[in-house]
Ligand binder design. Sequence first.
Ligand code: NAD
Length: 495
Amino acid sequence: MTTMSTLPDAEPTALADSDKVLANLHLAVPGVTRTFDVHDPATGQTIAQVPDFDAHQALDAVARADEAGRSWAATTTRHRADILRAWYDLIISNADMIALLITREMGKPLAEARAEITYGADFVRWYAEEAVRPAGNLRDAPTGGARLLTRRAPVGLSVLITPWNFPLAMATRKIAPALAAGCPVVIKPAPNTPLTTIFAVQLALAAGVPEDLVQVVTTTEAPAFSTAVLADPRVRKVSFTGSTGVGKVLLRLAADNVLKSSMELGGNAPLLVFDDADLERAVDGAFAAKMRNGGQSCIAANRIFVQDGIADAFVEALTDRLAALKVGNGLAPGVGLGPVIDHNAVTKLAGLVEDATHRGAHLLTGGAAPSHAGSFFEPTLLDHVPADAALARTEIFGPVAAIQRFSHQDEAIARANDTEFGLAGYVFTENLDRAFNVADQLATGLVGINQGVPSNAAAPFGGVKQSGLGREGSSEGLEEYEEIRYYNLALRPTS
Ligand code: NAD
């Protein structure tokens, strides 16, 4: 279903400023002559042309990173920390420009782009601080006669593959720990949103990251890229954020070269609201967990389970919040919901809504795609979603809230865990015992308790089951780019 409507256009000054930022980007890469177009999802217009690397050119990038990485691994951790801190400062001082870039290539409203910069830059600051923390340890051999020492060494050349939904944060959350650990990097951003990564890496060079240490490989040939690059013996690590299907392909490729692998994959997050929740807190939390980034987040609340006693009031309040959202170009003032990433996403969302209503879900607001050159979808709320609806099993990845109701805690937990995914979960209750009991029973890597935005650079982010392997952020995120070396020091007794 589509509706004809006029959506707010970009504010002219912001549009002109963003055009200036785009015009000043250095996109050309020597030796790479083919290019592909990058589009603004709010207008469908081409905003840039970036180099389209083939597999040979990607391997040249591997060679350059490998060469630069030799001296980087030998630098002191204080040196790396100082450079990362300088990079953080440059990201913050260029936040206006980065925000405009994020909004132009990805579509999210400017205020959300700024929030992403705060979040994304925080990984750089965190790893500047973390780089110098002692990482080894010393133990006594249980049988005596030896001291057992461990230290951490950089794992080596790291291939980083990122999605389009957080163009800055997905890149910094991988690049910063890799550099802190002493690794060279080849990063392949999503073809929809390569510009923010290119600009952020240029800032890293300005901050003192050596030339060639971080290679940005933009390409429309993702399978050829990964097949060639992950088989290269100089590569020792792959870190991927994206869909579970692609993650499985990459894990198979990684197996042949026995690469250390980190996988941040898809989610199907349950959000549980109990009768004893604070209604306002629960509505705020659910709104944030569902609608942040237009619902295009791997930890977005995909299935909202609400207990019978609070359900009517909760649904009414959340419907009002969604219906009040202004949809339009992310550069227009007051817009709370920008476009989804492309027209395929619009078609997918329309299909999910149609399937759910066909199976008996009640459509309380939204449900349509405004007819527009950009790719928009209305903020939508469906109540009484049956468990067999496609959107109860699929990652919605858009501004569609799907409510299911429940009577008993155990039933809600069983339904929440009835998925192959296990990235995030959410619990809303004012009862502390219930909060921990339910959080402990949710089969997810992270749980927001009375909290709709649980991500934090200082916390280990990652999934269980088919949502992934490894963690990003915190000290655990640094270990993903390190390997442990162990020395056995023999000790003779002396008298
Ligand atoms: P995607 O898997 O289609 O693409 C992600 C990246 O992988 C892109 O750069 C893409 O070009 C690349 N890619 C695709 N096929 C490839 C191949 N054969 N070899 C190498 N690279 C390949 O995902 P997307 O649509 O960009 O992002 C949405 C997905 O990402 C959702 O499933 C979402 O849940 C997930 N995600 C997960 C997290 C997390 O931390 N767990 C964070 C953000 C997004």
